[in-house]
Design a protein around this ligand. Structure first.
Ligand SMILES: Nc1ncnc2c1ncn2[C@@H]1O[C@H](COP(=O)(O)OP(=O)(O)OP(=O)(O)O)[C@@H](O)[C@H]1O
Ligand SMILES: [Mg+2]
Length: 237
């Protein structure tokens, strides 16, 4: 189980890790397009976002279907032909499923996921907000299966410094280490965002807007403060 505050990067890192391709165009037992075959070979997990209203039926329609498709796709890629891919799909089905927004799961859906994972033998990662682990403690059978809990933490101050030094330009802002104003502005960004990726994106977007409107090219603490004043930052961020 993984949990972390909003905007720390749970969804993004799970998507990057899983490299789960879009299987909408693929039909099981059909030939597989070469570009999709490449993606299937690279895929490490099936990524599934729980819908707001979920039932075992909706999970089967989305995750269940993708598991079947993935099983056939992997078998087709492994055997080199879709005609070979008619045997035991579960044998090669994806070994790992990552479930995002797991806080939304109803009791029945949770039970259904446990049942699917027991029967098909895949590993299951549930991702959600802090407190998910306490909620699940009420369901003894599910809880007894949890191997470990990982918390996504925001970046530390040192990590933020490194990130801003190497990647600030990706956000459309540069901090000149030789300028006092830029050093102070960087410290203000670190203080306000506290290592939260979503806050960083929002703050930098406002900073860019203010700098463009006022035709300013150098960052300063005043710009950071003006951008900060445009944002709502809750205690959960
Ligand atoms: N390692 C990263 N590098 C660059 N951008 C990132 C990184 N991690 C997250 N982000 C960006 O930060 C924003 C928030 O990330 P993400 O949606 O993954 O957060 P989350 O933890 O899933 O939040 P929530 O709990 O609200 O779903 C996204 O726009 C994402 O692209
Ligand atoms: Mg998310």
């Amino acid at each position: 189980m993984c949990h972390g505050r909003p905007g720390v990067g749970k969804t993004r890192s799970a998507r990057e890790f899983s490299s789960f391709p879009d299987l909408a165009e693929y039909a099981a037992l059909r030939p597989i397009a070469p570009h999709l075959a490449e993606k299937v070979a690279r895929c490490r997990a099936v990524f599934y976002t729980v819908s707001v209203s979920n039932t075992p039926k909706t999970i089967d329609a989305a995750l269940g279907l993708n598991l079947i498709k993935m099983g056939y796709a992997r078998l087709t890629v492994a055997s080199g032909s879709h005609e070979e891919a008619t045997h035991d799909v579960a044998r090669v089905a994806c070994p790992l499923v990552i479930v995002d927004e797991a806080d939304r799961l109803s009791i029945k859906s949770l039970e259904h996921l446990r049942d699917l994972s027991d029967r098909q033998g895949f590993g299951l990662i549930l991702m959600g907000m802090p407190g998910l682990e306490k909620r699940l403690a009420r369901y003894a059978q599910f809880y007894s299966r949890i191997g470990f809990v990982h918390e996504f933490k925001p970046l530390t101050e040192t990590e933020m410094r490194l990130l801003l030094a190497t990647h600030a330009s990706d956000f459309g802002i540069t901090f000149d280490p030789a300028q006092l104003d830029a050093i102070e502005a960087q410290a203000a960004v670190i203080r306000i965002t506290r290592g939260n990726f979503r806050l960083m994106e929002r703050l930098f977007a406002q900073m860019r807007r203010i700098m463009t409107l006022n035709r300013i090219s150098e960052v300063s603490p005043d710009i950071v403060q003006a951008a900060r004043d445009c944002l709502v930052i809750g205690p959960g961020n």
